[in-house]
Every structure is written in C-alpha cells, then in structure tokens.
Design a protein around this ligand. Structure first.
Ligand SMILES: Cc1cc2nc3c(=O)[nH]c(=O)nc-3n(C[C@H](O)[C@H](O)[C@H](O)COP(=O)(O)O)c2cc1C
Length: 223
C-alpha cells in the first residue's frame, strides 16, 4: 500500500465486526508504530492491549461509569478549550451532526445521541482496545510524540486491512481503566484506540468528514 493510500483510506470506524485480530498482527502493528519519531527519541508512549475477557470486563465497567453520576469523571488533561470559538466550533458541530445524520438521529433526539456516545465505551464493538498512557511527569512535547505514535499505529493498521478509531472519550474514566488494568499511578490515561475489521454495512462507517482547503491552513513563503 502506498503511504498516501494508507493515509487517505484511514477514517474513524465506529462499528466493527467481531472477527478477532491475531496477537502476531497486533505485535506487528506495534513494531511498526514504535518507529514513530519522538523528541530526543524518548519514546514516551505506553500501550495496554486489551482483548477477550479483560475487554468485556473493561467495557462493562466503562459503560456502568458512563451511566452513573454525570460530571463525576474528569480527564487528567485538557483536550478541548473551555469556551469554543470559530472556526473550530463550526467544524466540531459539522462533525457531530454529520455523524448523527448518517445514523438518522435528529438534533433534538438527545437519548439517541447519548446511546451513540455510549458506544465509545463498548469500543464500537471492536475486538481490540488499546489504551495509550504517558508518564505524568512528562510534559506537552510528549503529547505530540504520542500523537505521532497513534497515527503510525492507525496507518500500520491500514496496511493490514484493519481500521481503527482514536478515542479521547475514555480519558475522563481513567480511574475505571486504572482499576481494571491495574495501571501504575504514574500513568496518565491519554486515549484509546478501537481496532479491528470495519463493518461495511454500518451507516456510521460511511461518514467521511470534510477537510479544509489548503488556503485555510497554509502560507507559502518564497514562491
Ligand atoms: C486523539 C483523538 C481522539 C478522538 N476521540 C474520539 C472519540 O472519543 N470518539 C469518537 O467517536 N471519535 C474520536 N476521534 C475521531 C475524530 O472524531 C475523527 O478523527 C475526526 O472526526 C476526523 O474523522 P476521520 O478520523 O474519519 O478522518 C478522535 C480522534 C483523535 C485524533
């Protein structure tokens, strides 16, 4: 697969088939992804690969936490701004509404939106969930490095015919994850990666969010 094809065919898949992914394939993806660059080659990422029974237990615990007291869980890092502003707020809305449109969910149907949001905690039925963590003593540069690692992992997955979805939605539930996976206190829970074979019939998998034109984010100097 040409690298452009891997990049262009990657999209966030939100419904997976139950087909398992062999351990050797997972190890292959991690071997490839570990080649991601990082400042001073410190390789700050830690990955917890969860399948079968531990995944079922993690799903149950996360869904129970999601169904519990709202606002009780908070991420250990700030992903989004407290106050949204343009052009980001419009992009964010287009993304959310676009996904709900493919599922036939109307804007006022809050229960259905919540049901869809809850699917994050089932890892969209993926047979593999990877939880990315970072030593909390590291700083913002390491978040960049982990982003590189995450993208490398997602692209390596394309090379094996697999799809994925990065999930920051799990970050507020770090206590639940910490308990389920017996993580060390030093580990800051960044995000998850749901991984597996895409369900080709699922409407939510047909959603392709647009990208801005080059002129919206690029300036050329010198011709
Ligand atoms: C770090 C990160 C966290 C994300 N978290 C979630 C998430 O929690 N739930 C979800 O459905 N999608 C999540 N996404 C997917 C984005 O919504 C998606 O990448 C974006 O809409 C662009 O769509 P595409 O990935 O299909 O190209 C996340 C993406 C990234 C990079």
């Amino acid at each position: 697969m040409h690298v452009d094809d891997a990049i262009l065919s990657r999209r966030s898949v939100r419904r997976f088939l139950p087909t398992p992914v062999p351990r050797e394939t997972l190890e292959h993806l991690l071997h490839v992804a570990r080649q991601a660059p990082s400042g001073s080659n410190i390789q700050p990422w830690q990955v917890h690969v969860v399948t079968s029974e531990p995944l079922a237990a993690l799903r149950n615990a996360l869904q129970a936490a999601f169904d519990g007291e709202p606002g009780r869980h908070q991420a250990e890092y700030v992903y989004y701004p407290r106050e949204w502003f343009e052009p980001y707020i419009s992009r964010r809305r287009r993304c959310g509404y676009g996904l709900y449109d493919t599922l036939g969910i109307h804007r006022e149907e809050r229960d259905k939106r919540l049901t869809q949001a809850r699917r994050n905690y089932a890892f969209f039925d993926a047979p593999v969930a990877m939880i990315l963590t970072l030593d909390r003593r590291l700083d913002t540069g390491s978040f960049m490095d982990c982003g590189m690692f995450l993208q490398s992992l997602m692209l390596a997955a394309r090379g094996q015919g697999l799809h994925s979805c990065a999930q920051a939605a799990i970050a507020p539930y770090h206590r639940v994850i910490r308990e389920q996976l017996t993580l060390d206190d030093s580990e800051l829970v960044l995000c998850a990666l749901a991984l597996g074979h895409a369900d080709p019939k699922a409407p939510e998998n047909s959603f392709v969010p647009e990208r801005e034109g080059l002129e919206r984010f690029t300036r050329f100097y010198g011709g």
